[in-house]
Write a protein that binds this ligand. Sequence first.
Ligand code: NAD
Length: 252
Amino acid sequence: MGRLNGKIAVMTGGGAGIGRAAVEIFAREGAKVVVAELDPDFGRSTVEAQTAADREAIFVETDVTNEASVKAAVEAAVSTFGRIDILYNNAGASFLDDSATEKGDPEVFWKTLRLNLFGTWLMCRETIPHLRAAGGGAIVNTTSTAGIVGLENIDAYSSAKGGVISLTRALARQLASDNIRVNAVAPTRTLTERATRINNARPTGTGGEGNRNRLGDAMPEHIAYGALFLASDEAARVTGHTLPVDSGFTSS
Ligand SMILES: NC(=O)c1ccc[n+]([C@@H]2O[C@H](COP(=O)([O-])OP(=O)(O)OC[C@H]3O[C@@H](n4cnc5c(N)ncnc54)[C@H](O)[C@@H]3O)[C@@H](O)[C@H]2O)c1
C-alpha cells in the first residue's frame, strides 16, 4: 500500500531536479502524476521513465507564469484523471543576475517574483476549486531557506520565497474548513544540476554558503520526501506550516 495510493497529483517543474525526484517518489507511492513542466524534453523523459516502470504519469507543457497555460494544465489534469487531490508547486528558481537591493534591476525583481510567487499563486487559484470539489486535498508550496532567513545578495529571490510562506499561511487559514491543507517545503542548497551551476557561478558571499549547512548539502530526494509527508494523509493535521529540509541551516 503506497502512501499516496489512488491520489491525483499535479506537480509543477517535474521535469528536472527536485521535481523529477518527487515525480518518481510520488508515483512509486501510488499517485497518478501530472507533470506540469515548461521544458518538453524534460517533461517527456520524466513521464517515459514512469510509464516504463508501469506507473501512471502524463506530461502537460505548462508555463506557471502564464494564466492561459496554467488553466489549460489544470483542465488537462481533471479531464485525464477526473479530479485533483494534490498540488505540488515546485517550479521556481533564483537567477544569477539577482543581487543586493541597492544594485537591483527591476526586471530581475519582477521575473523572480513572477516565477516563484505569482506562478505559485496562479496554480493555487486554478486548482483550489478542484481540490474543494474532490472533498479536500493538499497543497505543497516551495519556499527556500532564503524565504525564512533572507539570504544575502539574492534579495528578489528572498522576497519571492518569503511571499510563498505568507501565501501558504493565508491559504491554510482560509481553506481548512474545506479540508484543504496548505504547507510549504523549504529546501537548503540542493545538488540539482541547475542550482549547482548557478551557485558555482555566484560570487562568494551570495546566497548563503553551503558550508553553513550542518548536515551538508541536500540531494533532490531529501526534499521530495519532505514534500511527500506534507502531501500524504500522514500530515492530516498539519497545515499552514513550512517544513525546512535544510540540514539544520535555520535551526537555532
Ligand atoms: N536546488 C536548490 O538548491 C534549491 C534551494 C532552495 C529552494 N529550491 C527551490 O526548489 C524548487 C526546485 O528547484 P530545483 O533546483 O529542483 O530546480 P531545477 O531548475 O533543477 O528544476 C526546475 C524545473 O522547473 C521547470 N520550470 C522552470 N520554469 C518553469 C515554468 N515557468 N513553468 C513550469 N516549469 C518551469 C524547469 O524546466 C525544471 O524542469 C524551486 O522552487 C527552487 O526555488 C531549490
